[in-house]
Design a protein around this ligand. Structure first.
Ligand SMILES: [Zn+2]
Length: 265
């Protein structure tokens, strides 16, 4: 059983139109052979040597990732450069790489929607056009209770934050990845807290001045939920079309940013 790499790629192109991606982004089949047969699809957040090795070890010929391997045009593909090494290994191993990135961010069920579902938010709506989600907790929580509750949901994330709120936490905005750009919209929507990743210094100052909490669970943690979700979508479509694909996720993937004491382990 199995199908062509191009069959899976065409279905992904239809489901997450590449026109929705930002102009700088690199999405779709970025390295590959549409005519190659695939029986096992591996899904990971990032296209790395490790995720390619995992795919190779499972006899997979298609790695589907959220992040692309590069976003600026490559002038040359040389094995001694990180991007070149990745392409080299993919071609040598016969593995195609398909990326669904900012086009997935703008879809109804992208990383922000996954995050809202994971945090069990109710009455969920978009924060800004296609980006971020806002909803409410079933039960308002005092700040300390919310902090504990969030940490339990992201046990490996060193959560940092900025700003403050005097109110109990009830309205919550989430934005997977680097979501600090939605701070103003989240504030306008009257949230007490925005949960996202990659919060920078000036974003933190803005949170202070606006009087909302911005909590950074890390880019990786805020988006990793999309990996099992994407695997389920591919599996369901495979069953529907009778492709008979085996679909798995690369569970060995870790946040590259970690506390210093864990770096040398
Ligand atoms: Zn991301």
């Amino acid at each position: 059983m199995g199908c062509r790499v191009g069959d899976v790629a065409s279905w992904l192109d239809e489901s997450f139109p590449t026109e929705l991606a930002d102009s700088w982004d690199c999405v779709g089949l970025v390295v590959g052979d549409e005519e190659a047969m695939v029986e096992h699809v591996v899904v990971s957040l990032d296209p790395t040597i490790q995720s390619l090795s995992a795919a190779q070890g499972r006899g997979s010929s298609l790695l589907v990732t959220h992040h692309p391997p590069w976003v600026r045009p490559l002038r040359r593909i040389c094995r001694q450069q990180p991007e070149g090494e990745l392409v080299w290994k993919a071609v040598q191993s016969g593995i195609s790489i398909y990326c669904v990135h900012t086009n997935l961010d703008r879809s109804a069920q992208g990383p922000s929607a996954q995050l809202a579902e994971y945090l069990e938010l109710c009455d969920v709506e978009e924060v800004a056009e296609g980006l971020g989600r806002v909803g409410r907790l079933a039960q308002p929580l005092p700040w300390k209770g919310f902090h504990r509750w969030l940490q339990e949901r992201f046990p490996h994330a060193p959560i940092r934050g900025a700003g403050r709120t005097e109110e109990p936490i009830e309205r919550v905005a989430v934005c997977g990845g680097s979501g600090a750009s939605v701070i103003d919209d989240a504030h306008r929507l009257g949230v007490q807290v925005l949960v996202t990743g990659d919060v920078k210094y000036h974003d933190a100052r803005k949170a202070e001045s606006l009087g909302i909490l911005v909590l950074d669970v890390g880019h990786f943690s805020s988006e990793r939920l999309v990996v099992p979700w994407l695997a389920r979508q591919i599996d369901q479509e495979s069953r529907r079309r009778g492709w008979g694909l085996l679909v798995s996720t690369f569970e060995g993937e870790e946040d590259p940013l970690r506390p210093m004491e864990l770096l040398m382990r």
